[in-house]
Design a protein around this ligand. Sequence first.
Ligand code: ZN
Length: 434
Amino acid sequence: MKTIIMAGGMGKRISSMVSDIPKPMIKIEGKPVLEREIICLREQGFTDLIITVSHLAEQIINYFGDGSSFGVNIEYYVEEVPLGNAGALFKLKDKLKNDFLLLNADSIFDIDFNRFVNYHKKVGALVTLFTHPNSHPYDSGVLISDEKGAVTAWLTKEEIRPKWYRNRVNAGLHVINPSVLDFVDVDVNKLGVEIDGKRVKIDLDRQILKPLCGMGKMFCYDSPEYVKDMGTPERYKTVCEDYREGIVEAKNLKNKQKAVFLDRDGTLNKYVGFLRNIEEFELLSGVTEAIKKINDSGYLAIVITNQPVIARGEVSYEQLQEIHNKMETLLGEKGAYLDAIYYCPHHPHKGYYGEVPELKIECTCRKPKPGMLLKAAKDFNIDLSQSWMVGDGENDIRAGKEAGCKTALIGYENYSQDVSVSSLLDFTKSIFGG
Ligand SMILES: [Zn+2]
């Protein structure tokens, strides 16, 4: 499979730090970010690379040459005049016969590329976007999908978005089938040419990807792996720290992950009995700070919640999604995020008015059963013995123990938990310090 790396970016916001080197040559712990990306690809068998370059191209070409000293083959596409960030794809079209990876060299990443490509094939996508929650969703475009993961809307940061939205951001890594290039009406010979004072360019997001929304051909691949933009001096500093601490590599899903599993009601949000009304959803104090600590630690933050209100017919799947969107939006406003949310919609006791009969079952996911934790462990390659279950009830502790996790109770009853804490923040302080 071919990999195209877009390395022509100017890096305007970071140029206060480095003005004379192209952004992909900025060093992370002694090595250019592009070299780190190439090593990550090579180790997973992706060695057939095309790098598109423009700004200070010679520095990149002089450093990497034909790629042989880095164990890969590199071809370059040098953009003489600006073609837009996807213009080069049209110039390279003859070389693109099959699905290819398209990566933005502006971010630092370490992901399991084979897992990404396998997902793309499994869902039969023409385009798969690597999506993840980030610490600044209000400052990023967000993606909305149907229940299968097909993108239905792509809202840029300037566009009006729903009041509550899922924290799901495009990370700039894609698997693309070249047939989507045919959907764009462009005369390749005119690309880069100035017509009536305006240069003909192609923008990837706006002209190729966004028009695919709602067609069932473009999918989100949600992953908690490390992909971070280093476009501002502050973000660059964070990336360097994460690199030093080994977090970038550790989060590759080829490696065993550690997680903090979080109960929802009474642990993250104020306990109100069965939460049916979104207006009643309120985060507890200190929760945002606590989840930020989990995010920074490299542990995954995963919600595990029983929601029998679905089986009871009191809340629909759509309403529950909206409640979770509110939770993600409130957390995102303060820079915290959840890596995944698992819920059990079932309830065992039949015979009530308004219930959803098919959900009134003895399932394997309702806590104190460990089903949701076991599913998360499978989905994200989690080492349960290195992970924690935190909650305010006996069900949480029993499910955590059954799954083989360490357990923390918010409260002081004795359910044989490993530790007792006064709040989630108290827990994260005792485990992660601060
Ligand atoms: Zn269940």
